[in-house]
Design a protein around this ligand. Structure first.
Ligand SMILES: Nc1ncnc2c1ncn2[C@@H]1O[C@H](COP(=O)(O)OP(=O)(O)OP(=O)(O)O)[C@@H](O)[C@H]1O
Ligand SMILES: [Mg+2]
Length: 490
């Protein structure tokens, strides 16, 4: 900022100096013009002087009156008249018959008879007579400015006079500008006239301009510094505020995450508690159903119903046991399974839900596929969760497709639907426990979280993403070599 102020000041200073120089040049030109015009007057008045001298030669000096003092007609060789007044120049004018007329003349009379010449302290007019070495002011005072005399003799049109020389011609001790002109007056010789003007006014104006400049620079710099300081302080405050807001936001996000993790942990504990508590009444149900089965030998329909109760209860017990194992961090119980049986079991488990919702469910599984090492019940549950989500996303008339395919390394289960679709943001959060977009009470937000955990325990991956223009595609990929370190055979 200081550099900028210095540059601006420098430029303003340079401009001011140019202005001052131009003003001095103008003054110099004015003086040249004035000197030229005075030279014209001087030439005319010298002509009148010659005519008056001739008149005096014819009729005697008395005819000139008191205008020239002294005025004397003499023959060449006769002694020259002596000047009674030192202010007057004694000019000897040759006339016919070898005679001379001596005339005492005030310089003012040769320049301006109305005596308007000169402005005290500002402008002086000087006359250089050929018979005098010094110059005279218009009132006749002799002044010794050798510089002006020398310039006149050399025929220069103008001159810049130093302050000390200006004092000699009765001007203030400031630079002065001189304009000069020569007059060739024939027998009266070569005369000169000079107009000397003090540049005090220009110099004062320049001084005032420089003070104005300094003041302006100080005031402007002060204002710039004051405003700049305020702006900087305000900017710093804003930055501090932004930093505080960012810290508060980071803290809020961390608190939110901690809260979510805490909720997940609490719900996990609850889920384990529920699973644990449910196993006791389930054991009672299984026990009673077995007793009932023994007594229903003659009623085939009732026998089949009780058998179904036993199968489903067994399935529940099995899943609860595996969930508890998983929650404890244990590996899944692996067996060799044909992927087609997983798809079949999952579709048959959800068939009634699709029928109720009037959504078509189509399964497409190749006739032969490599078997995978997996926990059949858990993997089936994971596919069931995907199918239920797909069904719930569709309106009546919708369609869901489940396929299985395999390559050398992995088996993939793909569930696609033409339902409501999923936004990129929801897709990125869908696997979080308790994330649901369903109305309160309609969904727990655990379906995908559980499926993810199941797939992870098989070293696989679950992903969910938008599918074509609308609809969603959920994908489970399980490596065929799953029966590795993480697996336990059953
Ligand atoms: N096929 C799908 N189409 C559109 N959105 C889906 C689909 N599958 C999952 N989602 C979104 O992911 C969210 C989480 O699914 P998740 O299965 O974990 O919970 P939920 O289905 O909401 O609840 P619950 O499984 O207990 O019924 C859903 O609420 C839904 O917003
Ligand atoms: Mg769900």
């Amino acid at each position: 900022m200081l550099a900028a102020i210095a540059v601006v000041t420098g430029l303003a200073w340079w401009d001011e100096q140019r202005e001052a120089d131009a003003a001095l040049r103008d003054l110099e030109n004015e003086q040249s013009v004035l000197a030229t015009s005075l030279a014209g007057t001087l030439r005319a008045n010298l002509g009148i002087l010659e005519r008056d001298a001739r008149l005096a030669g014819e009729h005697g000096a008395g005819i000139l009156g008191a205008r020239y003092a002294p005025a004397l007609v003499r023959s060449a060789g006769a002694p020259r008249a002596s000047a009674s007044d030192p202010a007057r120049m004694l000019i000897s004018v040759p006339i016919d018959g070898g005679r001379l007329v001596d005339l005492g003349v005030l310089p003012r009379d040769l320049l301006d008879r109305d005596q308007r010449l000169g402005r005290p302290g500002e402008l002086q007019v000087l006359v250089a007579a050929p018979h005098e070495t010094a110059l005279r002011l218009v009132d006749g005072t002799v002044v010794g400015t050798a510089a002006v005399r020398d310039a006149l003799d050399r025929g220069l049109p103008a001159l810049r006079l130093a302050p000390s020389d200006a004092v000699d011609v009765g001007l203030p001790a400031r630079t002065s500008m001189v304009g000069m002109a020569a007059v060739d007056a024939g027998e009266l010789g070569r005369w000169g006239v000079a107009s000397v003007a003090s540049a005090a006014r220009e110099r004062d104006r320049e001084k005032r301009a420089i003070w104005r400049l300094i003041l302006g620079v100080f005031v402007t710099s002060g204002l710039v510094i004051a405003f700049g300081g305020t702006a900087l302080r305000r900017q710093r405050k804003e930055l501090e505020l932004q930093r505080e807001l960012a810290v508060a936001e980071a803290q809020r996000q961390r608190d939110e995450e901690l809260g979510r993790a805490e909720r997940v942990a609490t719900m996990g504990t609850f889920a384990m508690g529920i699973a644990h508590e449910a196993s006791t009444p389930l054991a009672v149900i299984v026990g009673r159903a077995e007793q009932l089965l023994a007594r229903l030998k003659d009623d085939e329909r009732a026998e089949r119903s009780v058998q179904t109760i036993l199968t489903q209860a067994d399935r529940i017990q099995n899943i609860i046991r595996r969930f508890l194992d998983m929650a404890r961090g244990g590996p899944p119980a692996l067996e060799r399974v044909d992927p087609a049986t997983v798809v079949r079991a999952a579709t048959s488990a959800v068939e009634h839900r699709f029928a109720k919702a009037h959504v078509t469910l189509a399964a497409d599984v190749p006739a032969t596929m490599p078997a995978i090492q997996c926990d059949r019940d858990l993997l089936e549950q994971a596919v069931v969760n995907l199918l239920l989500n797909a069904c719930e996303a569709c309106q009546a008339g919708g369609r869901v497709e489940v396929t299985a395919r395999a390559d050398a390394e992995q088996v993939a289960f793909v569930v696609t639907d033409n339902g409501a679709g999923i936004s990129a943001e929801n897709a990125s959060r869908a696997k979080e426990p308790f994330f649901t977009t369903k109305p309160h009470g309609a969904g727990t937000g655990l379906g995908l979280a559980i499926a993810t955990e199941i797939v992870k325990s098989h070293r696989g991956e679950l992903s969910i993403a938008p599918h074509t223009d609308h609809g969603t595609r959920a994908l489970i990929e399980i490596p065929i070599a799953t029966g590795g370190a993480n697996a336990r055979a059953v």
